[in-house]
Write a protein that binds this ligand. Sequence first.
Ligand code: CP
Length: 315
Amino acid sequence: MKLFSSVNDVVDVQSLVKEALHLKQNPYAYEHLGKHKTLGLIFLNPSLRTRISTQKAGTNLGMNVMVLNIDKEGWALELQDGAIMNGGTVEHIREAAGVLGQYVDIIGVRSFPGLKNRDADYSEDVFNKFVKYCGVPVVSLESATRHPLQSLADLVTIEELKTKARPKVVLTWAPHVKALPQAVPNSFAEWMCRADVDFTITHPEGYELCTDFTNGATITHNQDEALADADFIYVKNWSAYEPYGKVFGGYEDWMLTNDKLKPTNNAKVMHCLPVRRNLELSDEILDGQNSIVIHEAGNRVWAAQAVLKQMLETL
Ligand code: CP
C-alpha cells in the first residue's frame, strides 16, 4: 500500500480488519519490518488519539517516529501555485513536503477543512499536495473529508464485539455548539457501506451528507425509528453539507440518553472522541455499561499498525 486516504485504497477490507486484530494479539511480531525506517507525523491541527496511537503503532513495528506540529512549529505554509510570497507565508508546500520526504520513509498528514468553501475542502488540496510533493507513501491522519484510520478502528471494534453475523449499525447526528467537519461521518459511512452490516444513518433535516459517501445506507430523519434494534450506535455531530459548513441550532433532544437505548438491542455506543459531555453524549451513557468509546480508541493503535505494516511491506 502506497496511499491510505480512504476505503478505496484498501484492496481487501476484511483482511485489513483481520490483520489489525491479529496485531492486537501479536503487537511486536513484525518489529523487524520497521528497522531503520522512519515515520513522520505532520499535524496542521490538534490531536490526542491519532498522534499517540499512530506513534505507538510505528514504534511497535520497530520504526523511528518523528512528530511535527507544522502549524505551530514549522514555517507558515504557502499552498497556492504561482503565489508571490510577499505576505505571511514563508515556505511553499512544494519544498516543505519534498524536504520531509527526504527525512522519512512514510508520512502521515492531518489537515482539517476550512468549512468555508466546499469545493476547496472536497478537492483535498492540502492533503493531495503532500501526496504529490513528498515522494513517499502517505497515510491520512484525517483530511478535509475523511478520517480513514478512525473508520478502520471503528470497523475493527464492531468486528471484535459483534454478537451476530450482520449487526445493525446506526450513525446518529448529535448536537454541538460549533460547526464540525463531515470527515468522520463521511468516512464512517463509506466504510460501513463496504462492511457486512445493516447500516442506517439518522439526522435532522438539513444535515444530509454528500451522497458519494452514503450509497447503500438507509437514511431517516426519525431517530427513534433508526435506533430500534440497533446493535451499535455511532454518535457524531457534523455541520451541513448544503449550505456548506452551516449549523441550524436546536435539536438538543438528539443527544443520546439511556431512555433512547431502550428499543435497541442493548446497543454498544461508539464515538470517535473528543466528546463534549452532556451536549453530544450524556454522562449516563459515557459512564454506563453500553459505552465502548475507550475500547474503540484503544483499537486506533491496531488499525494504524495494520496500515503501516502493509506500507512497510511495499517499501
Ligand atoms: N478521534 C480522533 O481522531 O481523535 P484526535 O483528534 O484526538 O486525534
